[in-house]
Ligand binder design. Structure first.
Ligand code: FES
Ligand SMILES: [Fe+2]
Length: 333
């Protein structure tokens, strides 16, 4: 196995990952993807179901994502026309042969469609998922449409995920918080809930002073995170939400797709400006993190101190997404 030279852990922990947006995969679409250091193909069959399979046809190795087509509930290989069922991967038809070899089968990946995202489950040995991602919370009010920012980052997923619980970096690297926040972290199996009270530095919004408000993060494994932030500016209450997906591309890079939305206030004239300002701050904040992620080492044994927040608790929780052997191997380095 190839490792990221800057982290002792595998770049591909177990869990659910976004393969694509549901809107990127209409019925009949075939999408070649490169994630987890391998080639895979997403497609949507005529019954409306999304599927993901290993890219290379078991017959003679053609890439199903380059010229493959959807036929009914199957994907058809462009080379000799073998058809593989989306649901099972079983080859159900060979145009020039009566008998289909019994072991002719494309490897199918577990797939779910949730909140407009097509998710795929990765396990290093191909084991089936033993947990599910639940829908993001329904927030009341009139929200701006989700807006995406996407980066290809030279980083390991563990570092990107850990950023959400790294309280001490907030006032230091990012200037929008006045102090390292106080908060609680609760692990519920593969789900992690983080509740922080954030003191936002209003200078970042072109005002003076600080405003307090909760920042609640829910994480489903190391890849998917949802952040809801509430800020009371006296007269104006601001709520924002971010849905983040980090998907390992290979042992060096991750694909980070962040979707933001802000609740419209009753003050029509400030909404557009608030939205623009919020997206600008968010993008600038992530770009501050990127400089760190792209150059740091992931230390398996960091030197932590009081005030670092729940990093140690987070790492304990994160171990469930690696095999025991992998944790032992990484920690022994
Ligand atoms: S390589 Fe796919 S059908 Fe021959
Ligand atoms: Fe950060």
């Amino acid at each position: 196995m190839t490792l990221n030279p800057r982290s002792p852990f595998t770049p591909y922990p177990r869990g659910w990952y976004m393969a694509c947006l549901a809107s990127e995969l209409p019925v009949g679409a075939v999408l070649p993807l490169h994630y987890f250091g391998r080639e895979i193909v997403a497609f949507r069959t005529e019954d409306g179901a999304p599927h993901v399979v290993d890219a290379h046809c078991p017959h003679l190795g053609s890439h199903l994502g380059h010229g493959g087509t959807v036929e009914g509930n199957c994907i058809r290989c462009p080379f000799h026309g073998w058809q593989f069922e989306g649901e099972t991967g079983r080859c159900v038809r060979i145009p020039y042969a009566e008998k289909v070899p019994p072991n002719a089968r494309a490897r199918v990946w577990p797939v779910r469609e949730i909140d407009g995202n097509v998710l795929v489950y990765f396990h290093e040995k191909g084991a089936l998922p033993d947990w599910e991602v639940t829908p993001i919370p329904v927030e009341e009010g009139d929200w701006s449409p989700w807006q995406e920012t996407r980066w290809k980052i030279k980083a390991c997923i563990q570092d990107v995920s850990e950023n959400d619980v790294d309280n001490a970096h907030l006032p230091n690297l990012h200037q929008f918080t006045a102090h390292a926040p106080e908060g609680t972290l609760e692990a519920k199996g593969p789900v992690l809930e983080l509740r922080l009270q954030l003191e936002t530095n209003l200078e970042s919004l072109g005002m003076s002073g600080v405003a307090k408000g909760p920042l609640n993060t829910t994480k489903w494994g190391l890849s998917i995170g949802y952040i809801a932030h509430f800020l009371d500016l006296g007269g104006i209450q601001i709520s924002t939400r971010t849905l983040g997906h980090t998907i390992p591309i290979d042992e060096h890079y991750v694909d980070v797709r962040l979707f933001h939305s802000i609740r419209r206030t009753p003050f029509e004239h400030v909404n557009e400006q608030l939205e623009a300002q919020y997206f600008k701050i968010f993008k600038a904040t992530v770009e501050q993190d990127i400089v760190i992620w792209e150059n740091k080492l992931h230390l398996a044994r960091p030197l932590l101190c009081e005030g670092d927040g729940p990093i140690a608790a987070f790492r304990k929780w994160a171990r469930q997404f690696y095999s025991e052997d992998e944790v032992a191997r990484a920690m022994a380095q």
